[in-house]
Design a protein around this ligand. Structure first.
Ligand code: NAD
Length: 493
């Protein structure tokens, strides 16, 4: 892309059409690698959120709401195929917006079809129960019904994957949706909605409102026409979103931040553990909620392990995220870049030792931060707070009980890993970690059929897995009087 390449234009997507914001305003999206704008987007506000919610409501009350689970399953399968067919184009849009590696985003996009086929398989199995009577005069059964209009609010790091974790189950359940992608990575979601509409998703079932100002997300989270809010983002914003949802007595799922620990025992395969640490904190430039950003390592293998991690970190190829040889792209936006550098300055001030990296890549310039390993005190800020960048904070333990205590000493609880060849210890530590996902001798693996979500400040509810559909369903209990008689009207039946 040269400096004279014209900016691509994206509107809002409401009721099956690309439209301008009611205000006519637009904003630009910056390519963090090129360091200049690459797209112009509609700057939607509360009036556009109203339109989008009305469209989602009409679709819910229209033919989509009357479809059988079998019909919805057929639609979902078609969506998966269309995403696979458009994976390259959609992945490139994500790379332009966020600077993440093309190979990672392509891999994500190519895997998303599995989510739609998995949840298609559940759409026609949303069964209630017949309930044995307490009073034989009544026959009781339950019915599962879609919750209604869902507000989905997504972050900038993997917009389409994190939207899919909401969209595939909510469509299976029979809901409709308004999504507000991050102002830092809005383009791919608009293009995605168009692809899904062309692949058979009826108008109004998925609407997209982009907006620069945070008031757009606020208007959606607090909207009276919404029945459920599904949010992925930072813990601070998640709390505000939950408060807005609860004010309308709406259900809410929150997928929030993390500070996940990788615990390495002396018997671990240190080469595999070093590789897992690199995958955990340097892949995606460390900008993943599940980043394994704390290394809790047995003191006897600390030096040997750090030597391997540092050697690999120092050889990571930084550069153009679209090139196949690149291993780490830039940080996604300037506020995030400054936040990461602020944590590195703070770590130095608090007395941490920088084993490698520790600052910007001066040769590359732009928003590149070198892969960093710091050896820090367990109480240091860089150990306690989510950096959301390529920074690993390491410290040691002497026995298993201390390892678990250190790993669990965090207000978060999204993920964690244990590295050991001892099968007994692997299961003990997996059981002891207070986190929604635990990997044994692995890191950063997700699947449509494995629930994902957090303990503590990492969230409420689970995405993925069979129970994800429950997050988008109401249960209705039906009592049927069987005798045809009447009863004492002043007594509870
Ligand atoms: P963020 O919280 O700043 O923004 C997330 C979304 O919320 C954006 O679309 C934003 O515009 C919107 N928003 C901001 N203020 C709002 C408000 N008051 N009301 C409604 N919406 C509002 O998060 P981010 O910086 O985009 O993403 C990074 C964070 O997301 C990290 O903390 C990361 O750990 C977390 N994350 C979690 C998961 C997970 O599955 N647990 C996955 C990816 C990212």
């Amino acid at each position: 892309m040269s400096a004279d390449t014209p900016l691509e234009r994206f509107g809002l997507f409401i009721d099956g059409e690309v439209v301008d914001a009611a205000s006519g305003r637009t904003f630009q999206s910056l390519d963090p690698y090129a360091g200049r704008p690459w797209a112009v987007l509609a700057d939607g506000g509360p009036a556009d959120v109203d339109r989008a919610v009305a469209s989602a409501r009409a679709a819910f009350e229209g033919p989509w709401g009357r479809m059988t689970g079998f019909d919805r399953a057929a639609v979902l399968r078609g969506l998966g195929d269309a995403i696979t067919a458009n994976a390259e184009r959609l992945a490139l849009l994500e790379v332009r917006d966020s600077g993440k590696l093309l190979r990672e985003m392509l891999g994500q996009l190519r895997s998303l079809g599995t989510w739609y086929s998995y949840f298609a398989g559940l759409a026609d199995k949303l069964e209630g129960r017949t309930v044995p009577p307490v009073n034989p005069a009544y026959f009781g059964y339950t019915v599962r019904e879609p919750v209604g209009v869902v507000a989905a609010i997504t972050p900038w790091n993997s917009p389409l994957m994190l939207l899919t974790w909401k969209l595939a189950p909510l469509l299976a359940a029979g809901c409709t949706c308004v999504v507000k992608p991050s102002e830092h990575s809005p383009a791919s979601t608009v293009a995605f909605a168009q692809v899904l509409h062309e692949a058979g998703l009826p108008a109004g079932v998925l609407n997209v409102v982009t907006g620069w100002d945070r008031s757009t997300g606020e208007a959606l989270a607090a909207h009276r026409g919404v029945d459920k809010v599904a949010f992925t983002g930072s813990t601070a914003t998640g709390v505000k979103v939950a408060q807005a949802a609860v004010a309308n007595v709406n259900r809410v799922t929150l997928e929030l931040g993390g500070k996940s620990a990788q615990v390495v025992f002396p018997d671990a395969d240190l080469d595999a553990a070093a590789n897992g640490l690199v995958a955990g904190v340097f892949a995606a430039t460390g900008q993943t909620c599940m980043a394994g950003s704390r290394l809790v390592v047995h003191e006897s293998v600390k030096d040997a392990l750090l030597e391997k991690v540092v050697a690999r970190a120092e050889s990571i190829r930084l550069g153009d995220p679209t090139q196949p040889e690149t291993e780490m792209g830039p940080v996604a936006n300037r506020p995030q870049y400054e936040k990461v550098l602020g944590y590195l300055d703070g770590a130095r001030t608090e007395g941490a030792t920088i084993a490698c990296g520790g600052g910007p890549d001066v040769d590359l310039g732009g928003l590149f931060v070198r892969p960093t390993v710091v050896v820090a005190d367990p109480g240091a800020t860089v150990v306690r707070e989510e950096v959301f960048g390529p920074v690993l904070a390491a410290y040691t333990f002497t026995d298993e009980a201390q390892a678990l205590a250190l790993a669990n000493d965090t207000p978060y609880g999204l993920a964690g890993a244990v590295w050991t060849k001892d099968v007994h210890r692997a299961h003990r530590v997996a059981a002891g970690l207070r986190a929604g996902t635990v990997w044994v001798n692995a890191y950063r693996v997700v699947a449509p059929n494995m629930p994902f979500g957090g303990y503590g400040l990492s969230g409420i509810g689970r995405e993925n897995g069979v129970t994800a559909v429950d997050e988008y369903l109401e249960t209705k209990s039906v009592f049927v009087e069987l005798t045809g008689g009447t009863r004492d009207p002043f007594q509870l039946g």
